[in-house]
Design a protein around this ligand. Sequence first.
Ligand code: MN
Length: 246
Amino acid sequence: MASLFVSDLHLESAAMWAVDTFVAFLRGPARAASRLYILGDLYEAWVGDDQLDDPGSMEAHVTRELAQLTASGTTCYLLHGNRDFLLGARFAATTKIVLLPDPVIAELEGTPTLLTHGDILCTEDAAYQELRSIVRTEPWQRRFLRLPRATRIELASAARAGSRAHMQRAQPMIMDVNERAVLAAFRASHTRRMIHGHTHRPAVHEHDVDGAPATRIVLDSWHERGSYLRVCNNAIESISLPGAPE
Ligand code: MN
């Protein structure tokens, strides 16, 4: 039975192509698989699980589809991305998705594989790593979640605007993973295969970890081009969806 991997869906109601193709994917290929791994940034923004309060929202719609997938027997795992790191206990209970720490080692057909969203590997972006170390703490999140939802939405949209400006200013290299961080992650986890997203630069990289070969698979970003990775009987293939928007 297959394990499927997706990342960087960045679902938002302003871009329904990604939402609709994801729902079709959940009803089709994901249902035939034994496991689905969502490696972060499922949603473009998540300011707290009370985003599920409105049953007519895009978020609630996707959540219901995820619940139907897990009810059908596909085990579904999710790592937080930098956009949706506040996906919490209510989201997990509603969808029956297993929230995983980042990074985490998954046994895939006997091969231990390191899974991460990928942002922790972008160590050259010091400003981002500093921000990350603050917003991923429990006290910061508790304070943030106590704010009125409208305030949280405003702050999140200001943060996204700030992040876009930062990405335009920064050197492209800084926004990619750092080779030393990649090697350190392989060494610390004793794995020789890694799958991540975040950079939106799909590729298969071969690394030399102290003389041993290691493979790093970077997933495509669903909202830009739409594709998923399929691991079955130790064959790994990337499957593209037709009709991605320009
Ligand atoms: Mn990301």
